[in-house]
Design a protein around this ligand. Structure first.
Ligand code: PDD
Length: 279
């Protein structure tokens, strides 16, 4: 596997980062995950725009122009195998003497990119859907930043795994749904798609945007507004989206069936529309 680190392409085994790197010490950095379909990065400008938003959010100058990022992305895809891949981009505030405040003068950021094969979701997962648990959203108030400080997300996802499930649906203030530990969540009720608004309490998902675009283009009614906890439990269908999972049906929550307990008509429609759209 060939990765990119600070201006060079190299085998992953040769890649080295200082133990003083602020990503390692403080989780002081941001990242992106971008799907690659048929060896072409999907929605790259949108992902690079979100990366800029994350960098702005942590006051870290963007080390590369859009053209430079595009070159890095195309090169790393070319140097690795697999028709479908997922790209990981990671920028930290660099290596400096340990001090919470930003290094002054600034040090060069650490820029890392790698790509891995992206397997299609197994047919049985599409047929049966996935189960989720719910938990209080105990993260910070800048969930719109794609921060590499993922400890809350790690612990929340682990809750799902320990319950034999795929994802944890996050409920803020015991009141409303924000997203999943590493995904966005949609509620389907009476043929309508309900989506939480893109604010500081959730990551503005690129797949989330694609789903809303596809829905609008195909006459599927959508409402973007706060989605209450009760609406999650009373949903006809629940959908999970992310760059690596595309769209999945959530068929059980906290051990109880969602609607019929089987993937529904809205899932089937959006899944097919997404497949057509991504190629
Ligand atoms: N995670 N919300 C959170 C907290 C996420 O971490 C992700 C994606 C999403 C979905 O966003 P998108 O559609 O742009 O992938 C929502 C990636 C896949 C990850 O951390 O691996």
């Amino acid at each position: 596997m060939t990765i990119y680190l600070n201006g060079e392409f190299m085998p992953i085994a040769e890649a080295k980062v200082s133990v003083l790197d602020r990503g390692f010490i403080f989780g002081d950095g941001v990242y992106e995950v971008i799907p690659v379909y048929s060896r072409k990065a999907f929605r790259l400008p949108e992902h690079l725009r979100r990366l800029q938003h994350s960098l702005d959010g942590i006051k870290l100058p963007n080390p590369h122009s859009e053209a430079e990022w595009t070159h890095i992305v195309e090169e790393i895809i070319a140097r690795n195998e697999g028709e479908d891949q997922y790209l990981y981009l990671h920028i930290t505030r660099g290596a400096a003497k340990r001090d919470h405040a930003f290094p002054n003068p600034p040090v060069p950021p650490t820029v890392f990119a790698m790509t891995s094969p992206l397997p299609a979701p197994p047919a049985e997962l599409l047929a049966s859907g996935v189960c989720c648990v719910t938990a209080e959203d105990n993260r910070w108030l800048r969930c719109d930043i794609k921060s590499i400080s993922l400890l809350p997300n790690v612990l929340l996802r682990q809750m799902a795994v320990e319950a034999g499930c795929a994802e944890t649906i996050l409920i803020r203030d015991n009141e409303f749904m924000t997203e999943g530990a590493a995904s966005n969540i949609f509620v389907v009720k009476n043929g309508k798609l309900l989506a939480p608004p893109k604010d500081n309490l959730m990551l503005p998902g690129i797949t989330y945007d694609v789903i809303l675009e596809i829905a609008a283009a195909n006459g599927i009614p959508c409402e973007v507004r706060r989605v209450m906890k009760e609406e999650v439990f009373a949903a006809d269908e629940l959908l999970l989206t992310s760059s690596t999972k595309e769209v999945l049906a959530i068929t059980h929550v906290d051990g109880k069936p969602v609607g019929t307990g089987k993937p529904g008509a809205m899932f089937a429609r959006l899944y097919q529309l997404y497949q057509d759209f991504k190629r």
